[in-house]
Design a protein around this ligand. Sequence first.
Ligand SMILES: NC(=O)c1ccc[n+]([C@@H]2O[C@H](COP(=O)([O-])OP(=O)(O)OC[C@H]3O[C@@H](n4cnc5c(N)ncnc54)[C@H](O)[C@@H]3O)[C@@H](O)[C@H]2O)c1
Length: 191
Amino acid sequence: MKTLVTGGAGFIGSHLVDRLVADGHETWVVDDLSTGREDNLRQALDGGLAHLVPLDITSPDLLALATDVSPDVILHLAAQMDVRKSVADPLHDTKTNVVGTVNVLTAAVQSDTRKVVFASSGGTVYGEPESLPVREDAPLRPTSPYGAAVLDSSRLTTATGWTARMPLEDGLAATVTWIATTQAEAAGACR
Ligand SMILES: NC(=O)c1ccc[n+]([C@@H]2O[C@H](COP(=O)([O-])OP(=O)(O)OC[C@H]3O[C@@H](n4cnc5c(N)ncnc54)[C@H](O)[C@@H]3O)[C@@H](O)[C@H]2O)c1
């Protein structure tokens, strides 16, 4: 299978790429290396099945890349995920997280990708929960631009899955995974 992982040079993404490559999937990593590092991918790149494309997910070049590669699955993990930065610069946060997600989804539809998986954040979309543990059906009340952008991106992902399916019954499938915490065994989070 051909996969494209955005944010694949980051903390969770690089573990995911290691797993995809170990399972024999050729993988293209799209990452602007703003917080991620090529070194995180050293083993995967050396193995020859992973390819690093230094690119901003908001770039129009993403559409050409996706069309060239024609991935079966896109796993979307690229994000500005610093809550404090999102408060200080909500425009940048929204551009990366919301506009970037729309660009990724557009690339998926245009390249006939069959499935998109979006890494959402269970820790931010609920805001300040009224009780613990937080139930999945708890009210969604993000308290930061980052949390709001993640929630918007989650909804855009599923909405695009539905609209892209309209002309063709078995069109794009979209999945949103609600990652709850991280320090949590990164490899486990990716299974
Ligand atoms: N780490 C957590 O606690 C946690 C919890 C819930 C959800 N998530 C989500 O999981 C995903 C990965 O998180 P992580 O902890 O690995 O973060 P990370 O910062 O290590 O990885 C994000 C990656 O995205 C890249 N990136 C940022 N902006 C980009 C852009 N405009 N274009 C291309 N690449 C860009 C960065 O260089 C980095 O490699 C994020 O979407 C995050 O919101 C993380």
